[in-house]
Design a protein around this ligand. Structure first.
Ligand code: PAD
Ligand code: ZN
Length: 375
């Protein structure tokens, strides 16, 4: 029994930006009050992790254990924890739900003020870390840290899921699937018969396509500079695929022409501010909505003529597809078990955890959609 004791285990530590991950033996302290220690069984690799490796997220703390798309089993719980117990299958939540802040009490908001996304402390909510390596403190990452055999999360950052959940698949619900799918069904609120354009066909963009299709869109235009992504996009429901490199005109002109005046809904799933403006320009002049999903470098800004909005366009964005995580994740998992949607096609590769650097290499060179690391 490991409850109450320090656990020594393997983790992928990022000592500083621009470096490969190093598999290290770390110590994981027991959970304090209102905290949960989780044995991670599987974790996906998301581009947001890579943004931190590249140093694009200003003020992120290093050394750090990244990873936020995981699934696992509760090993032990701290005092006062009531929503999970040892042995439960769980998904860590990079966007917590404290249930009390202004973000949580607003029915239309899913952004909890206790999230570490804006604050970037790299710590638990009591401002300390549960990880050490060779006597050095290692930081947490956005309330999750799943690139480790064991992690500790605040109770507000973990959801109990169905006992039958296949953990190697449902980890996709921890980020990629929910973010993309929710961007279509919750944030844009795509309607039957509407037209959509999806920029960037990684795990996020493909999940947007799944959402657009479920919502009954009549046209789903998939856009990527890598032709290898088109086969999957069509499989998920794209009606047309466009590579901007095949055209001399700017991509928004191509989309405007293809749709006789712009799409109802466009989605930026890359993290490129130029493409964010392209997405806005691709939307219908007076009733189009552009949804920003990609995470741009934190020092960047958007610039476009206000007249683009005055004619009636909308630009909006959301984290985690607008889902209130702790309430919605268990339902999404149950829906997956009931085969209301599939995530299998999103997972292009599976690797043992210690090959994490290979997984990131495949993301960077465009070979993979999602790689799931197995412990
Ligand atoms: P990914 O790298 O797997 O996919 C991005 C795709 O964009 C790739 O297929 C690229 O080929 C393509 N691409 C790159 N440049 C261009 C271009 N100029 N024009 C067209 N296509 C291009 O990433 P992902 O799907 O894991 O993540 C996508 C973004 O979403 C990324 O910025 C990530 O940080 C962000 C994200 N946001 C949230 C959220 O809550 N809002 C959650 C998770 C990820
Ligand atoms: Zn992610």
């Amino acid at each position: 029994d490991t409850a109450g004791k320090v656990i020594k285990c393997k983790a992928a530590v990022l000592w500083e930006p621009g470096q490969p991950f190093k598999i290290e033996e770390i110590e994981v302290a027991p959970p304090k009050a209102h905290e949960v220690r989780v044995k991670i069984i599987a974790t996906g690799i998301c581009r947001s992790d890579d943004h931190v490796v590249e140093g694009l997220i200003k003020d992120n703390k290093y050394p750090v254990i990244l990873g936020h798309e995981g699934a696992g089993i509760v090993e032990s719980i701290g005092e006062g924890v009531t929503t999970v117990k040892p042995g439960d299958k769980v998904i860590p939540l990079f966007l917590p739900i404290c249930g009390e802040c202004r973000g949580c009490v607003e029915p239309k908001s899913n952004f909890c003020y206790k999230s570490d996304i804006g604050r970037k402390t790299g710590l638990m909510s009591d401002n300390t870390s549960r990880f050490t390596c060779n006597g050095k403190r290692i930081h947490h990452f956005i309330n999750t840290s799943t690139f480790t055999e064991y992690t500790v999360v605040d109770e507000m950052s973990v959801a109990k899921i169905h006992d039958d959940a296949p953990l190697e698949k449902v980890c996709m619900i921890g980020c990629g699937f929910s973010t993309g799918y929710g961007s279509a069904v919750n944030v844009a609120k795509v309607e039957p018969g509407s037209t959509c354009a999806v920029f960037g066909l990684g795990g996020i963009g493909l999940s947007v396509i799944i959402g657009c299709k479920v919502a009954g869109a009549s046209k789903i235009i998939a856009i990527d500079v890598n032709n290898k992504k088109f086969e999957k996009a069509k499989e998920f429901g794209a009606t047309e695929c466009v590579n901007p490199k095949d055209y001399e005109n700017p991509i928004h002109e191509v989309i405007q022409k293809m749709t006789n005046g712009g799409v109802h809904y466009s989605f930026e799933c890359i993290g490129n501010t130029n493409i964010m403006v392209s997405a806005l320009l691709s939307s219908h002049v007076s009733c189009g909505t552009a949804v920003i999903v990609g995470v741009a470098p934190s020092v960047s800004t958007l610039s476009f003529a206000p007249m683009l909005l005055l004619t009636g366009r909308t630009i909006k964005g959301a984290l985690f597809g607008g889902f209130k995580s702790k309430e919605c994740v268990p339902q999404l998992v149950s829906d997956l078990i009931a085969e209301k949607f599939k995530v299998d096609g999103l997972i292009s590769h599976k690797l043992p955890f210690n090959e994490i650097n290979k997984g990131f290499e495949m993301l960077r060179n465009g070979e993979s959609i999602r790689t799931v690391l197995k412990f």
